[in-house]
Design a protein around this ligand. Structure first.
Ligand SMILES: [Zn+2]
Length: 481
């Protein structure tokens, strides 16, 4: 069971943080969620509807198909398909009936298909806004995000993501801007608002040399009392729990997990999402009045846009580890509501039956994903950096695509376009033929999505909710006004 994995690694991962082991236990009993739902020995003993903390986990752009792929693949890695063996944490929550479960409608104010800015805003301010805007009404009025109310209640806020720190989903909980692309402004708002923990990618929106206004935001964060870090080692070797923490571990979005898994230099630089979440919890756990922590597996969405089966499976699994971290935290902190969901589907990712009577499906999928060791994005970034021969070898080794000289000429012609090379590689790779995984588009999708919750107040979620309902539940559970 996954909790054994946690126990072996220890809650704090490989890092040594003084005193951190004392914050909560390293083992997770099978009845942890019973305790979480019924124990209530925290601040709000006796009240089922109040919580001290909220942990909000978002697998951005996750189709139910993606969710299934990750579970099948984890079972395959574990060498068994038997229920009760190593399944994803999210499936475990359902299989053991540990959570309240809902379907959520994800529309925005102006479309059945939302973007992440509008979706996050619906959660954060309780109103639907137009695609592309962050807590700004369709009439152009700024709206109040959850962070502001949480702060007013004396609690702290943390945002953890695999995207740029200033990307739509983390930004939605704490900032208000008319256009999600205003990432320099979003980074500055985090400072102005005093968001206590920020861990993710996107250093380019904090560094003087890459910000349009030339401001040294890192310096300003330091002056404001933040510990500012930029490497995995620094995250894991923090010796004292800082009051405030800003960590950006890559210039833009963090690399995909599949690329991290296969490249030591990336793994040295970049922490996993679960490692960042643990670090965030260490800081936030020290806050006397509680916290709201959002953790986003943001690149699940990007892999959907990129129709990249290897990237999507491994990033979904990396997100799933965070559910285990939340389970363990709530074992000793039953006054914590945990919500696990996604903001919308992306790409329409699905496993498709392969061969006669679909009997080639399993081997096509498992062998296909096993053989992948690069995302299409990683290959795109290497094109023009490596020699033609080296690139040909890398592509063959990592996605089993043998490029002809003519195809390399085609890629040469695409070099100047941002996504051209990866899009062309994906077309030649042909995901359904090699993995059985296919996509309906490279866009977001409009289906109802999964939402799971446990802890105090989780019973406030009906079986069918809208994205704006989430705001009402969180506000009610935290007693925000
Ligand atoms: Zn997206």
């Amino acid at each position: 069971m996954s909790t054994d994995r946690l126990t072996r690694r220890g809650f704090l991962g490989t890092g040594a943080v003084a005193g951190a082991g004392l914050l909560w236990g390293s083992s997770l009993g099978g009845c942890s969620l019973v305790q979480a739902k019924d124990g209530h020995e925290g601040l709000h003993a006796g009240s089922e509807s109040q919580a001290k903390n909220v942990i909000f986990l978002v697998a951005d752009g996750m189709n139910t198909g993606t969710w299934s792929l990750a579970d099948y693949y984890l079972q395959h890695q574990n060498g068994s398909k038997n229920l009760g063996n190593r399944r994803t944490e999210w499936v475990h929550l359902y299989a053991e009936r540990l959570v309240n479960r809902a379907l959520m409608e994800t529309c925005s104010a102006n479309s059945l298909v939302t973007d992440s800015a509008a979706a996050g805003s619906a959660w954060a301010c309780g109103q639907r806004v137009n695609n592309g805007s962050l807590n700004y009404s369709p009439e152009g009025q700024p709206l109040t995000p959850l962070h502001d109310l949480v702060q007013k209640s004396g609690r702290a806020t943390g945002l953890v993501t695999t995207t740029r720190m200033s990307h739509a989903t983390p930004a939605s909980f704490a900032t208000s801007v008319p256009q999600r692309g205003m990432e320099d402004a979003i980074a500055a708002q985090y400072l102005d608002k005093g968001v206590e923990v920020l861990l993710g990618g996107g250093s380019r929106h904090f560094a003087a040399e890459s910000r349009a206004d030339g401001e040294d935001l890192f310096g300003k964060f330091r002056k404001a009392g933040y510990e500012v870090i930029g490497k995995r080692d620094e995250l894991l070797s923090v010796t004292e729990v800082p009051d405030r923490l800003l960590g950006t571990f890559w210039g833009t979005h963090l690399p995909y997990t599949i690329d991290r898994n296969h490249r030591e230099e990336v793994a040295r630089q970049v922490p996993t999402l679960a490692e960042m979440m643990r670090a965030a919890l260490k800081v936030l756990d020290s806050k006397p009045n509680g916290f709201l922590l959002q953790v986003e597996g943001g690149r699940v969405d990007h892999a959907g846009h990129g129709n990249d089966p290897g990237a999507i499976v491994h990033d979904q699994l990396a997100f799933d580890e965070c559910i285990a971290v939340a389970l363990e935290y709530t074992r000793d902190h039953p006054d914590t509501l945990v919500v696990v969901t996604t903001d919308h589907g992306c790409g329409g990712c699905q496993l498709n039956g392969m061969g006669a009577s679909y009997l080639d499906t399993d081997k096509t999928f498992f062998n296909g994903i096993d053989a992948l060791s690069s995302s299409f994005e990683y290959l795109r970034n290497q094109f023009g950096v490596l020699s033609r021969g080296e690139f040909k070898d890398l592509t063959e080794a990592s996605i089993q695509l043998v490029l002809t000289e003519d195809q390399l000429d085609v890629l040469d012609g695409l070099k100047s376009t941002n996504y051209g090379v990866s899009t062309q590689l994906r077309k030649w790779y042909d995901p359904i033929q090699r993995t059985g995984v296919n996509f309906t588009s490279t866009n977001h999708t409009g289906e109802f999505v999964e939402l799971s919750a446990w802890g105090p107040g989780s019973g406030n979620f009906n079986s069918f909710v809208t994205n704006t309902d989430v705001n009402a539940v969180v506000r009610r559970v935290l007693g925000l006004s």
